[in-house]
Ligand binder design. Structure first.
Ligand code: NCD
Length: 316
């Protein structure tokens, strides 16, 4: 028995609350899995359930590939084919899955806090794959890894996060992570798409967090420009007059990008609304790292699965 075998179960539900040291340790661990040829049997005999109750391409596939590269078996459950459409509660779904002894449950859910609920009703490790407008921890980790690879550091960067900040779990997780490690974050979008009390998003942190409705101000001197998708599915009311107006005021094109540092990188968590938040020439241009983010996501998820599941006994 290793000393970690009896350690209490650890989940990854949010970035908020992680220390800079814990974040860097995870990024260091992910670095070891960056080579797509790296496989292991660390999770042989283990079962990972992907419980995805909201649409997903890259996150679900990324977790599946990560788990399989570590030797685990993967079961995928999608909203339309689950008993949730028959009226089963999330708690009953969690208990039902738990009875089959999975080692990890990766959950994506439209409601903030759903992963916490599942965690209370299973013995499996729970990993948040995105809950409502709350958090998306592995996305922030893969974004940070991409920044570290491209910029050589994650502290002291100026990061502009532009778009539908209000509904974005990606923005929230990134704001927590980046300010914790000492970067300066500027959140930018139409006033209606910036959450109230921005500063309350983060607690005590060495980095700084600002908000502005001026994209020119946000881009000025940025090392990293992270564009967000307009989350139509989370908007019950109209937050801006038209897509055309949004593109004119907040879309990133080559001319606007010149305000950022010449070596700035352009990021987007995907899926991209081409021609809305980012023009095709920028999305496919030399400063874009969008597909590197996707590639790095597998390494981050391998590190998270290995760190949380690989160190536990099957009987825990
Ligand atoms: C993001 C998400 O689902 O929060 N996508 C992703 O996981 N890469 C961002 C989005 O949907 O806009």
């Amino acid at each position: 028995m290793t000393s970690t075998a009896t350690a209490p179960r650890r989940d990854l539900l949010q970035i908020r609350g992680l220390s800079a040291g814990e974040i860097v340790t995870l990024l260091d661990a992910a670095t070891k899995w960056l080579d797509p040829a790296s496989v292991s049997d660390r999770l042989a005999g283990r079962t990972v359930i992907n419980l995805f109750l909201e649409p997903s391409t890259r996150t679900r596939v990324s977790f599946e590939i990560a788990a399989k590269r570590l030797g685990a078996s993967v079961v995928n459950i999608a909203a339309a084919s689950s008993s949730l459409v028959k009226g089963e509660t999330l708690v009953d779904t969690a208990r039902t899955l738990d009875a089959m002894h999975p080692d990890a449950i990766v959950i994506r859910h439209p409601s903030s806090g759903a992963p916490q609920i599942v965690a209370r009703h299973t013995r499996a490790v729970v990993i948040n794959g995105g809950d409502g407008a709350h958090e998306h921890p592995t996305q922030a980790l893969l974004d940070a890894l991409t920044m570290r690879i491209r910029k050589g550091r994650i502290d002291g960067l100026r990061v502009a996060i532009v778009g539908d900040v209000r509904h974005s779990r990606v923005a929230r997780s990134n704001a927590h992570l980046l300010t914790t490690v000492g970067s300066d974050v500027v959140l930018c979008g139409p006033r209606s798409l910036l959450p109230e009390g921005i500063e309350s998003i983060v607690g005590e942190a060495p980095g700084k967090l600002h908000a502005t409705s001026s994209i020119d101000e946000a881009l000025e001197g940025a090392d990293v420009v992270m564009m967000l998708r307009v989350q139509h599915e989370r908007q019950q009311e109209s937050f801006f007059p038209s897509i055309g107006e949004y593109r004119t005021r907040y879309g990133l094109d080559a001319e606007r990008l010149r305000r950022a540092k010449p070596d700035a990188i352009v990021m987007h968590p995907g899926p991209v609304n081409r021609g809305v938040e980012v023009s095709p020439d920028v999305a496919d241009g030399p400063q874009s790292v969008i597909l590197e983010q996707v590639a790095n996501g597998v390494a981050v998820r391998m590190a998270v699965l290995d760190g949380l599941v690989g160190t536990r006994k099957t009987t825990d």
